[in-house]
Design a protein around this ligand. Structure first.
Ligand code: IMP
Ligand code: MG
Length: 181
């Protein structure tokens, strides 16, 4: 029998995800009309949100990816960020929109903003599916947010715990007791 997902409560249901992603796509399409939009997905977690968001964008846009790892424990990042995969192409003069799955401490995003900001994009903004306002340790401006969630470790719709559970069609809190953390 397949393993049961170690979830607590469901934080965002599939139809809420669908509706919000559609609205974000409309907003981005309106805001970037006539610009040179490049979506930069942060692997791996954002891949799911990004794929759905991009299909709701009705203007011309391009796609690139970065992969970063932030050292830390299973459920806390340290802010020490390492680039595992860099962008394929320069971004100078382009309108870059970073697409993230979740902003927790904000340290990963702070690093990405500094790093990409130093490459002379025309504009640099951020779209994150989720944000945990209670956990923010740094002042980061997030231009587009899907949902604010409480201070819980979340899994599903791209978010993992130890690389698992990204494939859940909803966002749920991790049941820490079940996984022993
Ligand atoms: P931050 O640097 O603390 O903002 O965390 C950034 C990264 O840690 C996110 O892009 C996620 O990959 C991961 N992360 C933070 N919170 C969660 C969570 O609740 N579930 C799964 N991954 C998370
Ligand atoms: Mg991430």
């Amino acid at each position: 029998m397949p393993e049961e997902p170690p979830i607590g409560e469901i934080l965002v249901q599939p139809d809420q995800l669908k509706e919000r992603v559609r609205a974000l796509g409309r907003q981005v399409s309106a805001d970037y009309e006539g610009r040179d939009l490049l979506l930069v997905g942060v692997l791996k977690g954002a891949a799911f949100f990004l794929a759905d968001l991009m299909r709701q964008i009705t203007i011309e846009c391009e796609l690139d990816f970065m992969a970063v790892s932030s050292y830390g424990s299973d459920t806390d990042s340290s802010g020490v960020v390492r680039i595992l995969k860099d962008l394929d192409a320069p971004i100078a003069g382009r309108d870059v929109l970073i697409v993230e799955d979740i902003i927790d401490s904000g340290l990963t995003l702070q690093y990405l903003m500094r790093n990409l900001g130093s490459r002379d994009p025309a504009t640099l903004k951020v779209c994150s599916l989720l944000i945990k306002p209670e956990r923010l340790k740094t002042e980061v401006a997030v231009d587009y947010v899907g949902f604010e969630i409480p201070n819980r470790f979340a899994i599903g719709y791209g978010l993992d715990f130890r690389q698992r559970w990204r494939n859940l069609p909803y966002v749920a809190s991790l049941n820490r007791e079940k996984v022993g953390v």
